[in-house]
Design a protein around this ligand. Structure first.
Ligand code: NAD
Length: 357
């Protein structure tokens, strides 16, 4: 074989517009539910993700995430891929999204790339789909008020998906440290087909937004917790998407804590639950502290993974007044599962550009 000239190796390149068009034909919530249940049945491969942080030349925090994953469903070829999603906190001020990247799918036989697509749309929608499933299985019946704290890209994805999947919602409380982002989100909500059914209420503080909300979704970029346990109404579900908004006291006071994958949460030293595990205040689902760490008095256990709730192995909500935290670390297998369906739709619809290595 000629080292300098590979045989043609075509792959499909999908821009964000292609991804969005193809996604119209994909049931993202259903795809994510299937992937969560495969994960709970042990039919996935989910290696630890790689994290590289740096300070940009202009002084902003930036990071690269590389997240490989595979679905290993019995009787079907594996679905293998990787998301790399990369962010600079300075981007919104430049008028560009904070994070963006690629999701890559490989041929399961040759391990060659078959598709490369814009990652941030799928990432936001699969994350919102996890929240939609958490609401379906863990919220009080017929929730009416949703609080979105942080009004960026993830908040938009949540508003779009939750208005479709939670038809009882009547109030969206919106809070952002940048009030113009909350205003822009309110305008976006008003432009949605379901937007007429809800009232958007700007909230001057996170505490005001959270008051009386049955569903609370923090989607900020904070690294220090601020949501205290007494801010939450009895029966609240907190979908802790941005992972660092709850205080340790709020986690310890919750009746039930659900994660998407314990090993990702456990192995991460940066986010709240991983830090609590290192400090001996959070025990794994098996009730064990971290190796070499002594459990502190008052430490609490993680109750279950979301896939177990979906598969009926954990009851989910047990009573009306239970406060529940769903802490979705974010699993590559969800991006890979959704990307695989989007790739199939794009091939069928003739979307994208064929490139070669
Ligand atoms: P973004 O930059 O588009 O939006 C974040 C918004 O939060 C901004 O409008 C910012 O002004 C606001 N904000 C920052 N600090 C705040 C505070 N203290 N109070 C209120 N608002 C505040 O970011 P995004 O793409 O929407 O992502 C939001 C978060 O979701 C990020 O932390 C990201 O890492 C996380 N995320 C989690 C998952 C997951 O699976 N768990 C997946 C994707 C993104």
């Amino acid at each position: 074989m000629d080292f300098e000239r590979y045989p043609d190796s075509p792959y499909l390149h999908l821009t964000r517009a292609d991804v969005i068009e193809a996604a119209c034909g994909v049931d993202i919530v259903g795809t994510v539910a299937e992937a969560l249940m495969l994960h709970s049945a042990g039919q996935t491969a989910l290696p630890e993700e790689a994290y590289l942080g740096w300070t940009t030349p202009r002084g902003d925090s930036a990071r690269l995430l590389a997240m490989p994953g595979a679905l290993l469903q019995d009787g079907r070829p594996p679905v293998v891929g990787m998301k790399t999603i990369n962010a600079s906190l300075g981007n919104p001020a430049r008028g560009i999204p904070r994070s963006q990247g690629f999701t890559l799918l490989l041929d399961p036989e040759t391990a060659r790339p078959v598709a490369l697509m814009e990652a941030a749309y799928i990432s936001a929608m699969r994350t919102a789909a996890v929240t939609a499933l958490a609401v379906r299985h863990l919220a009080v019946p017929s929730p009416r008020k949703l609080a979105l704290i942080g009004c960026g890209a993830l908040a938009q994805a949540h508003a779009a998906l939750l208005l479709r999947t939670v038809p009882t919602l009547r109030t969206l409380a919106l809070h952002d440290v940048a009030p113009d982002r909350a205003e822009a989100l309110a305008a976006y909500v008003a432009s949605l087909p379901e937007g007429a059914k809800v009232e958007t209420v700007p909230a001057g503080s996170a505490r005001e937004a959270v008051r009386d909300a049955e569903v609370v979704v923090p989607v900020t970029t904070v690294t220090q917790g601020y949501i205290e346990p007494d801010w939450l109404r009895p029966g609240a579900l907190v979908c802790h998407v941005s992972l660092d908004d709850l205080t340790e006291a709020a986690v310890l006071a919750a009746d039930t804590v659900i994660v998407d994958d314990w090993s990702l949460v456990r192995d991460d030293p940066r986010r709240l639950l991983g830090r609590m595990h290192r400090a001996g205040t959070l025990l794994g689902p098996d009730g064990a502290p971290r190796d070499g760490v002594t459990a502190r008095p008052g430490a609490r256990r993680v109750d279950a993974v979301l896939g177990d709730v979906l598969a009926g192995r954990h009851p989910g909500r047990r009573h009306q007044d239970e406060t529940i935290i769903s802490n979705p670390f974010g699993m590559s297998i969800l991006d890979v599962a959704v990307a695989d369906r989007i790739h199939a739709r794009a091939e069928a619809a003739g979307l994208g550009t064929r490139l070669t290595l």
